[in-house]
Write a protein that binds this ligand. Structure first.
Ligand code: ADP
Length: 483
């Protein structure tokens, strides 16, 4: 049985700021079902340590790293049979706020130290030096927070294989040269082809340069990040390692996201009994104080940041509201997007609902209740919301980039027989508006709309097949390394 240590900085349902948390829960579980022995490694945030205590779990080992006392808890990821290890170091991880920021939304001043320590513990576990009697054949690292693990492992002759998955190349873990020195990393790593990135320290570069294989979360994003347009300055490194880079599309948790039995919904429906979707819409409109009028209701859920194309959305809303469309927006993020959205909600109170914050339940009701789901992202490594929408018979309108391009087919390109949504190519608000207009025309044609819904709902978005691709990748690394 292949043993894999899956190192991540967030995992659903314990701690989540984005799609990484969903993937970190569902992929290990799917791999375990395929017969891999996957253990998750997570920093000991307050919610995670509390869940471990409540479950009656224990600390397995204790050791010192520099000035810090560290212990490892062994527990299970709630709701699964997957083993979860928590790196408990209260001065670094027992803090309010989210994993990376304080309650005012500022990055913790010592993030480099926090995730360097996390990386050291990951490497210690990987080579059997953490005092636990389980040792992996492979370490699967995720995003910049785990970027130093392959760096630390480089010096061991009998190290496990390493995979580094890019969930979002825009977040790189960039710190100053002073921080590099303060971490005590060897000077030999301060090179343009190692951890140095335009005069600064880059954690993610560690993962990209030192791991055996690199993956990212969709085939299209794997191609895009090798271009200057989408490479965030790392396209050169990625082109150099192109033969080690693959894109594997994320799956979704089809138990949590199932319109037939979603506990967040008052009415349930499926591909051959869609009628109750209308009730879900009416209920959502009531809940949010919108007029119950049969739509069209357009939704958006996500972080209110530049990546998500919120400015394009804001630009097209007034015209669509004037024409009678309704909008539901759920998310939080930068004030430059929150403020205009608030203003629009004040101006059209019966047509526009804005919920600032994070609300898992509401996100399910929006996914079910909307007619159209908008994802005008400037770039999107994979995107999960479009797959949730497709499964809920809600038609996505997306910018054709990354995983959105791999999952959404437009009738103009694919024909109505294979289409499940609408996509635009040009990166601007006119293209978004024109494509929403096309979607609205189709919305009035019940038969073709129904066809789109059915096509979306019939597809398989589960992890099973996609986890197999990771399994094949693991096996090829072990074969290469002859482990
Ligand atoms: P990203 O990781 O870039 O934020 P993804 O589409 O990959 O984007 O994943 C975002 C995940 O977070 C989805 O599961 C989405 O439903 C969820 N999400 C984002 N914002 C909110 C919110 N305000 N309330 C509830 N869920 C949210």
């Amino acid at each position: 049985m292949i043993r894999v240590l899956f190192a991540t900085s967030e995992v659903y349902p314990l701690v989540k700021t984005g799609g990484l948390a969903d993937v970190s829960a569902s992929l290990p579980e799917a791999l375990c079902k395929l017969g891999y022995d996957v253990h998750i490694l997570l920093p000991g945030y307050p919610a995670a340590v509390k869940a471990a205590r409540d479950a009656g779990s224990r600390r397995k080992t204790r050791f010192r790293i520099g000035q810090y006392e560290v212990s490892l808890w062994q527990t299970r990821l709630p709701g699964t049979a997957v083993t979860l290890w928590l790196v408990d170091c209260p001065p670094l991880f027992d803090r309010p706020g989210n994993p990376y920021q304080n309650e005012n939304g500022q990055d913790w001043w010592d993030n480099a130290h926090r995730f360097e320590l996390f990386g050291r513990v990951g490497a210690m576990m990987a080579v059997g030096e953490a005092g636990v009697n389980w040792r992996p054949d492979l370490v699967h690292c995720n995003d910049w927070q785990t970027g130093l693990i392959p760096v630390f492992l480089e010096h061991y002759s009998h190290r496990p294989g390493t995979v580094f998955t890019i969930h979002n190349l825009a977040y790189q873990g960039i710190f100053s040269h002073e921080t590099f020195r303060a971490l005590g990393l060897p000077d030999s790593l301060w090179r343009w082809d190692q951890l140095e990135f335009y005069g600064q320290l880059s954690f993610i570069k560690g993962g990209l340069v030192f791991s055996d294989r690199i993956t990212t979360v969709s085939p299209e994003y794997a191609r895009e990040i090798q271009s200057t347009e989408f490479g965030h300055g790392l396209d050169g490194v990625l082109r150099h390692r192109a033969h080690r880079l693959t894109g594997i599309l994320n799956g979704i948790d089809t138990r949590v996201w199932n319109p037939e039995e979603d506990p967040e919904l008052a009415f349930h429906y499926g591909r051959d009994h869609l009628k109750n979707k209308t009730q879900c819409q009416a209920q959502l409109q009531q809940e949010l104080g919108l007029e119950v009028n049969g739509g069209p209701l357009l939704g958006f859920i996500g972080r209110l940041v530049e990546q998500k194309g919120v400015d394009w959305l804001i630009a097209v809303m007034p015209e669509l509201l004037d024409r009678g469309c309704q909008f539901v927006v759920l998310g939080s993020g930068e004030a430059r997007y929150e403020e205009p959205l608030k203003q629009i909600a004040r101006q059209w109170p019966r047509q526009m609902s804005l919920t600032l914050g994070y609300d898992e339940g509401l996100s399910h009701r929006i996914t079910a209740g909307c007619d159209i789901f908008l994802m005008p992202s400037r770039f999107e490594p994979c995107g999960l919301n479009q797959m949730y929408s497709l499964r809920y018979g809600t038609i996505p309108v997306v910018h054709a980039v990354g995983g959105l391009s791999d999952t959404v087919n437009d009738p103009l390109e694919a024909g109505i027989g294979k289409a499940n949504g609408f996509r635009f190519i040009k990166a601007d608000e006119q293209a978004l508006l024109a494509t929403i207009n096309r979607a609205l025309e189709n919305f009035r044609n019940r038969k073709s709309w129904r066809r789109l819904q059915e096509n979306g709902m019939a597809a398989d978005y589960s992890w099973k097949q996609r986890a197999r691709s990771y399994g094949n990748l693991y096996q090829s690394i072990l074969k290469e390394r002859d482990i």
